[in-house]
Design a protein around this ligand. Structure first.
Ligand code: ARG
Length: 459
């Protein structure tokens, strides 16, 4: 019969190993058993096979599950190997299991079934990381930090504000993963090879048995579509990219001893005894590259692929699973490194004021006093040049006064209170001034962290 023909076609030629996906299919072994069960139950309910036949198949499947993926004896893929194992146990009746389906709808269902669970794990990882970031952001909401643009000192900020920025990005990652989940969570089963089936299958029933939230309607689309892999891997790659940015910020801060990683998240040198290196975060940085590569591999494989099923697809979904396996531990390590890090408050406060980083606040103050912002900007730019870097607050103040004498018609004190101007040159006061919604001032941060915690609880 058909089985004999199939087995002969997959009989140990030189391409046998090349063709087989059995090893990589371990990832979908449990999924395939679930799909087999749902399909068998549906076939019996629809009267396509008898209840007795279904019982025999289900009994054999329980046996195959107990023996495990490792006990499967060769085969082109996990679907064929499980069918062979079922037939070995119960005889030809086991071959009824594959009535009204194809490995094309079967494998698509298995991938979606497994990826669903992986995406939920990824969502959990983002929730835990957000929780960790918010906790440290809260604890360090008044800890000064240098804020950079172009990696040049820009404005003083706080460790809390900086970490909450990453929490915001990870919150969107949670949303992207959940969006991807919604479209992954549709059943292709019953689409058969691509062209549907003459049997009276109940696709809604198998979808419900497998916990899917509806169908991939068109049977050709069901067997062929892999855009759900792009969405899932895209969400994972984006998440990994955010972690890599945070990791890089840490590496830069550690380079300047602004933060020290806990020993658990650091490594040393085999020759240089004094070294404490941020290896975990460098690996996090690299994971973003792996995930981007996985996404690119999926895009490249799918580009120009005709409908319906093509065997190329066998090599596509493993990239999504690779991304899951790379990104999830990276998210956990990132959260752990942030939670256990030791912030060097004195060094951070000193760094926060470097490069006349309070200059914007001074210009803002002049603008509040009626000086057109562009004039204030030019005035403070001249003062910064005059004061040089590094410069003490007194020198900066004197430089602003001198520049104001040249740029303004009236005395400086007509525009700003000298005490306020002095305060604006202090990094902590400079941060406190920026209390606009979402800004780093402590009160603004309190409201921001409350909203972020609320959104996290809702996710
Ligand atoms: N192992 C195959 C895959 O992953 C299963 C589908 C095989 N279908 C086929 N027509 N050869 O895509």
């Amino acid at each position: 019969g058909e089985d004999v023909v199939r087995r002969e076609r997959f009989s140990g030629g030189p391409a046998r190993t090349f063709l087989s996906s059995l090893a990589q299919d371990e990832r979908i072994f449990e999924a395939d058993l679930a799909v087999d069960r749902a399909h068998t139950v549906m076939l019996a309910e629809q009267g396509i096979i008898t209840d007795d036949e279904a019982s025999e198949v289900l009994g054999a499947l329980a046996d195959v599950e107990a023996a495990g993926h490792g006990a499967l004896d060769g085969g082109e893929d996990v679907h064929a190997a499980i069918e062979t194992a079922v037939i070995e146990r119960v005889g030809p009746v086991g071959g009824k299991m594959h009535t009204a389906r194809s490995r094309n709808d079967e494998v698509a269902t298995c991938i979606r079934y497994r990826l669903r669970a992986d995406l939920l794990d990824a969502v959990e990882a983002t929730l835990a990381a957000r929780d960790a970031l918010l906790a440290v952001a809260e604890a360090e909401r008044e800890t000064l930090a240098p804020g950079y643009t172009h990696l040049q000192p820009a404005q003083p900020t706080t460790v809390g504000h900086w970490l909450a920025a990453y929490e915001g990005a990870l919150a969107r990652d949670t949303g992207r993963l959940l969006d991807a989940f919604d479209r992954v969570n549709r059943s292709p089963l019953g689409g058969a090879a691509f062209g549907g089936t003459p049997f009276d299958v109940d696709r809604e029933r198998t979808a419900a048995l497998l916990g899917f939230d509806g169908l991939v309607e068109n049977s050709m689309d069901a067997a062929s579509a892999r855009d759900f892999l792009l969405e899932a891997t895209g969400a994972l790659a984006t998440l990994a990219t955010h972690c890599s940015g945070l990791a890089e910020d840490f590496v830069l801060f550690a380079n300047r001893s602004l933060v020290a990683l806990d020993d658990d998240y650091a490594s040393t040198s085999s020759i240089m005894p004094q070294k404490k290196n941020p290896d975990t975060l460098e690996l996090v940085r690299a994971v973003a590259g792996d995930a981007a590569g996985d996404l690119q591999a999926i895009l490249t494989s799918l580009k120009g692929l005709p409908r319906a099923y093509n065997r190329d697809l066998q090599r596509v979904h493993p990239h999504a699973f690779d991304a899951v396996d790379a990104v999830l531990p990276a998210v956990e390590v990132t959260a752990g490194a942030v939670t256990t890090a030791d912030w060097n408050e004195a060094a951070l406060a000193a760094a926060a004021g470097e490069g006349f980083a309070t200059a914007t606040g001074v210009a803002d103050l002049l603008a509040m006093g009626g000086v057109p912002f562009r004039t204030a900007h030019e005035l403070v730019a001249a003062a910064a040049e005059r004061a040089g870097d590094p410069a003490a607050a007194d020198e900066q103040y004197a430089a602003v006064e001198a520049a104001a004498g040249e740029a303004l018609d009236a005395p400086l004190a007509d525009y700003v209170d000298p005490d306020e101007l002095r305060r604006a040159l202090d990094p902590a006061a400079s941060v406190a001034m920026r209390d606009s919604r979402g800004g780093p001032a402590p009160e603004a941060m309190d409201a921001h962290l409350d909203r972020a915690a609320g959104a996290l609880a809702a996710d």
